[in-house]
Structure formats: C-alpha cells, structure tokens
Write a protein that binds this ligand. Structure first.
Ligand code: FE2
Length: 454
C-alpha cells in the first residue's frame, strides 16, 4: 500500500542518507509515544502519522538537526491503532505501509466488558545476535501469528559481550525490526549491558539508546532515573529494577561473570551508592511505587533472579542474594504477582510462593501458597485476592532467548528447563495466562493465575 498523500512529500533527499537504526517505539502510554531512529547524517527528523493508513496527515518534526532522532507524539487517543512514516523535513524515508504502526495503551479503569486481552512478549539474555535468538524470535512469531504484541520486555543482557553500540545493533536492532517498529520495548539492564554503561552517571550505549519514563510519564511514581522505573499498561503495573549497575562500591562485579566493569569515580552523594539496600534510593522508591498502585496486576522484572540453579546460583552470588533479601519482602508485602528475571540461561518457574528470603536449603513446604502446577486443565489455577499482601508470587527465570545452559532444580521451582525460548503473558481482566514458547513455537510450560474480589 502506498500513501497517496505522501507522494508530494518525497522531495530531494540528502545524497546517500540512510536509516541506520530503527524505527523503534519507547515509553508508550494511552496518550503518547516516542518514536526513535538513527540516520547516518544529521538531518531534521520528521514523523507522519494518522489512524487512516491512506492519509498520514498529522506530523511532528525536529527543530534541530541530529543523527539520533527522538520524536514524542502526544494527544493520542487511547487503545487506538496509528500508522506512521519517518523521514526528514525534505521527505519520507520509511514507513507509510501497513506494517508501520503502533497501538496506544488502553484507557485506565475500563468497565470489565470493555477490557480487551493484552499480549506481552518477554525475552531474556537475548542479545547475542545468533541463530538461536533468531529461531526463538521465529518460534514466537509462529506462535502469535497475526495476534499483535501489545508490548515487550527485555530482561537484561540485551547486547553481548560488553553492551557496545555495535553489539546492540546486532543483538537488537538487526534481530527484531518487526517488534521494534510496532510494539513498545521496555528494557532492564544486565551485567553485559553494564559493560559499557554506568547507571549512576546514566551514561553509555544502554542509556543513550533507550528512553525510560523517569518522571512517571506512563504511570507510576517517578523514579528520577532511567536505571529503574515503573509504568502502567491497562490494568497492569510494571516495575523495572536495576540489579547490576548500582553495585555497592565494595561489591564489584564477580570475575568471570559477563563484563569486567571497572569501578568508576562515584558521585560524592553517598546516598547514591547502595541501591540494593533497603534504605537505598531504588528500594525506597520501590516501596512508595508499589504502595501507590491500585492496578489489578503487579509485575516486576530485573536481570539477576532471586531464585536460580542454572548457569548462575542464587545461593552464592551477591546481586541475586541482595535482590532476594531486600527487594522481595517489599514486593510480596505489596501483593506483586509475577517476578521475571534472566541471567541464568534456563527457564525456571516457581510455584505460587511467599516469604522465602534465604538460601535454597531454607525453603519449606509452608512457603508454598499453592504447590500445584497452576494449570487449569490438570489442577487448578493459582488464585489470589485482588489486593492482599503476602498472597503468593510466581518467580520466573526466562534467560534462554539466545542460549540454553544446563539447570538443576531449585526447591521453589515447579519446573526447570534447558530449552531456548521466550515467555508470553496474556492478561485479560482478572485472568493471567503465562506460556513458555520454544523455538518451534510450541508451548513448553504454562499456568494460569486468577484474581478474586473479596
Ligand atoms: Fe547476566
């Protein structure tokens, strides 16, 4: 499909001007979205958009020239499909076809009969740019078919080995162009991303390439930093934490664990130095953020998982231990439903559990709020009151989107698999269906969680 009205826009391009990254979608809300892309020369970027694919008559343009284009579209209608094209003030370069579109987030607080199903894709440790990543991507595409992906999460280690621009190009921008241009991406930072980025200083490719809602632009309490943030989507509250880049100065990254990151000079404000402590800036913000949310579902994600016996061990590694001991009590007291992580290259999925903050040998049967599979067809779904604290959380490691390593069973886990794949979350009102999809598009694990109003 060609856009008739855009023909007139096609003027004389700068010679050899090329799009070298994107377009990709960031910080989508019900009324706004950010479209980013990069060109090989500095130009005035421009976006054309509309709900009518044959007439993209709304525009937004940059006022200064740049290679790295970021345009925020505002005053959008909730839950609405918009088509778009990108280019320069001299003409259209890409888009204007049916596969260049985005869908704004649903309105908050809809009546139950107005709530539509939401689909979320989750990739972990995906940034290798290898054949496995491509097959996992294609497996998901086979699974989802024509069903649109409302948003997608990356759980860190989004670019191997040290998070350089070239590695993001190969690991993300050349691997997932279809997802990038039509579904908003929300990222967490991993240790490999941290090889070239500094969370305290907000510098490096990870912080240059991705835009996060530091001021609560998409809901949630403003975090004031791109290292961790929250946002709402429909009836879901998402929380992204930084389990790596905010290392305490006396706990440098473990040798042999991904990137070797030299400790840099820290800001003189000592309150910035210990994010993973209960009194630190991140977890203080977290407590305020989760307490303020009244969404039906609360889903937290970060890179280093609190429970794993895969290529990493949550009994021995400091980031995993500290996140378990310090973040989990806050999240469970706030009734968080799902916690997603990567780092280990395995798929590990817990029972519905509560109150396990020690090493794996301290896990007890009493910590299982439901020790079944959560599968509706063979047992019963996990059930939780809508807002109750300490009612159980499911913890998932989903770090096999580009590599699958051996895994041993952790006592909190219902299942542990060494299979390449991706995670799919389907949320429809008070029902959550979770599926682990392999690289052939087949479901390898699944469960359901339901919220009851008491
Ligand atoms: Fe990692």
């Amino acid at each position: 499909m060609m856009l008739i009205n855009l023909e007139a826009e096609k003027g004389t391009f700068l010679e050899n001007l090329q799009i070298v990254r994107g377009p990709y979608l960031q910080v989508g809300s019900e009324s706004s979205i950010i479209i980013r892309w990069a060109t090989n020369a500095a130009v005035h970027g421009k976006v054309w958009y509309s709900t009518n694919p044959d007439r993209l008559d709304l525009t937004q343009a940059e006022t200064t020239i740049t290679c790295d284009h970021t345009l925020k579209l505002t005053e959008l209608t909730p839950d609405t499909k918009y088509y778009y094209a990108i280019g320069t003030t001299t003409g259209v370069q890409a888009g204007g076809t049916e596969d260049y579109f985005f869908v704004t987030a649903p309105s908050q607080d809809l009546a139950p009969e107005q709530v539509r199903p939401l689909r979320i894709l989750v990739l972990g440790d995906a940034g290798r740019g290898n054949d496995i990543a491509a097959s996992v991507r294609d497996g998901y595409l086979k699974f989802t078919g024509t069903r649109h992906t409302d948003l997608w999460l990356m759980l860190g280690d989004n670019a191997y080995d040290t998070g350089t621009y070239e590695e993001y190009q190969r690991g993300i921008f050349e691997m997932y162009p279809q997802f990038l241009r039509s579904s908003v991406l929300w990222t967490a930072i991993g240790n490999h991303d941290g090889g070239s980025a500094d969370s305290l200083l907000q510098t490096g490719p990870y912080y240059e390439l991705f835009t996060m809602p530091t001021r609560g632009e998409a809901g949630g309490v403003p975090s004031g930093t791109a290292a961790y943030y929250s946002f709402d989507y429909g009836n879901i509250h998402f929380i992204c934490l930084d389990s790596y880049g905010s290392d305490r100065a006396d706990h440098p990254p473990q040798a042999g664990d991904g990137a070797e990151r030299p400790l840099r000079d820290r800001p003189s404000d000592s309150s910035l130095e210990e994010y993973r402590t209960p009194e630190g800036a991140m977890l203080t913000w977290l407590a305020r953020d989760v307490a303020a949310s009244d969404k039906d579902w609360k889903i937290a994600f970060w890179h280093h998982p609190p429970y794993t016996k895969g290529s990493h061990d949550s009994d021995t590694e400091i980031e995993l231990i500290e996140m378990r001991e310090h973040a989990l009590p806050i999240l469970e007291a706030a009734g968080v439903d799902l916690v997603l992580g990567g780092h280990s290259h395995s798929y590990e999925r817990s029972y519905l559990i509560d109150g396990h903050y020690g090493t794996s040998d301290t896990f007890t049967q009493e910590m299982k709020k439901d020790g079944g599979s959560g599968r509706e067809d063979e047992s019963t779904p996990y059930q939780k009151p809508l807002t109750a604290p300490q009612a159980g959380t499911v913890y998932i490691v989903a770090g096999t989107s580009a590599l699958a390593d051996q895994v041993s069973p952790h006592p909190a886990m219902y299942t542990s698999l060494s299979i390449p794949g991706s995670l799919v979350l389907d949320v429809h009102d008070k029902r959550l269906d979770v599926k682990f999809i392999d690289d052939q598009g087949e479901v390898q694990d699944y469960f359901t969680m339901k919220k009851t109003i008491v």
